[in-house]
Design a protein around this ligand. Sequence first.
Ligand SMILES: *Cc1c(COP(=O)(O)O)cnc(C)c1O
Length: 230
Amino acid sequence: MIAENYQDVEKKVQKACEKSKRERSEVTLIAVSKTKPVQMIREAMAAGAEHFGENKVQELCEKYEVLPQNLHWHMIGHLQRNKVKYVVEKAELIHSVDSLRLAEEISREAVKKNVQVRILIEVNVAEEESKFGVSTEDAESLIRKASVLPNICICGLMTIAPYVENAEENRPIFRALKKLAVDIKKKNIDNVSMDVLSMGMTGDYEVAIEEGATMVRVGTGIFGERNYAL
Ligand SMILES: *Cc1c(COP(=O)(O)O)cnc(C)c1O
């Protein structure tokens, strides 16, 4: 079931790339495995998945320990500063940096462990009150301040678009994040690349790819509905 789902999503990613005249290699498909058991991750791996996304540090660490070392782990959820030390060496990219204090903590741990940590700045483009993320207006200022911190590299932007019935409704959100990335790139800030745009989930990843996503985060479409009551 999971293998079929994964291949189905993969085909749709390919189609969206073709439609927007982009290379398939420009888009990384992240299988969001939060709340799902290791066995399901293994099924997705068998179908070709190599990138996995988790939103809780403890869960990411537990899965990291028991699964093969060649996987790529993405921290996509809100990150508390006291958990940073557990995740800097395990996550290949932290998608959810939305404050200077968090960036400073990541930098501090990265220096301590002598590693370079790649991060994205999470932007609350839709200005939903329930969501984390810096506002579009404040993004550049945060990026400038974080860019001078040692041992972190700001690789781009991430957003979580609202839940909508019709994916087209989120097109302006994705377009706005892309525009923000282009605007910031033009400023040529040291240590800031804006090469990564993490946007699009199960309901809207094809539209996100059409608007320039380089990473899509797909959970339900691969692993099925999540049951938080368990
Ligand atoms: C859970 C989650 C996803 C995946 O959502 P689906 O709708 O299940 O694809 C993507 N991004 C973030 C940040 C998430 O927390």
